[in-house]
Design a protein around this ligand. Sequence first.
Ligand code: NAP
Length: 301
Amino acid sequence: MNSRPSHCPGSIAFIGSGRLATGLAQAFAAGGAAVTGVASRSHASAQKLAARIPDCKALDPQQAVDAAELVFITVADDAIATVAASLRWRAGMAVVHCSGATEIAVLAPAALAGARIGGFHPMQTFTDPDAALASLPGCTVSIETQEPQGGDAAPLQTRLEALAAAIGCRSIRLPAGCRARYHASGGYASQFVNALMREATTIWSSFGIGEDEAIRALLPLLKGTVAAIESAGIARGMPGPVSRGDAGTIRRHVADLGQFSPEILALYRELALRTIPIAVERGSLDAEKADELRRILASLD
Ligand SMILES: NC(=O)c1ccc[n+]([C@@H]2O[C@H](COP(=O)([O-])OP(=O)(O)OC[C@H]3O[C@@H](n4cnc5c(N)ncnc54)[C@H](OP(=O)(O)O)[C@@H]3O)[C@@H](O)[C@H]2O)c1
């Protein structure tokens, strides 16, 4: 009798054994899926990941495809097309990449052979392979699939949603054709925060406090903001002088930052202007006050 959970009906292989694959492959195996093969550009790298998973072998890429029912292509985005075009696929199997920004049409060579194709993108960042496993639970996985014409296998979408659930993730269905825009949106909760922290710490350096100390001071504020968004949402969770309608404070910010750095003032203005409609939505700023803040930020008052 097969004791594997029903969400894991066939064997899974990975091609590419980097940061994402290290987390995902281990999580699938821990969730009861049969991750039986790993291939990569270098055999040593494939062996390193295979050694972390019970009953998993380091294979060459074609062996991995031939032995699996579901293949995850987890190479760098720019290498997905080359890998997909270089392997022999077969009808009935499934092939998935994990790139947020790459359309699943890049897997056309597999679709032409009759395989089901898809995208399985966790909205999370994996920098340290050892920490990747722990960072998956609670993430959202964006899933997109394409079935072959007249295919009668169980839908790939259903299987991928079950796999996401088995590793503690939520899933959403991504419509075709929106992946670049979808992936760009992630930057606002990721690297753009780094850019904003750099702006803030540059301001601190102007009064003689270095980046490390500034980060220590600002991080609790950042965490408090994230917690407020989590509990109250974007509008009700927004702090700051715009949300309070403090025109005098905004006026002082604009005057002082203008003397310090026109570049820093330009971004401050743009961001502060974007917070005005949020404060109006929050109900803490009326239309008249909103206009006053807009004029101050445009340096018209
Ligand atoms: N890291 C993240 O935060 C993250 C988050 C969500 C989605 N993703 C997506 O996950 C995918 C992998 O990203 P990653 O960050 O894990 O990349 P990575 O750490 O750079 O790992 C890429 C892996 O692909 C292998 N590889 C490269 N070219 C290959 C080829 N031609 N044939 C076989 N293997 C090849 C590399 O092999 P060797 O090790 O053998 O050199 C390496 O193991 C990308 O599509 C990325 O967009 C990443």
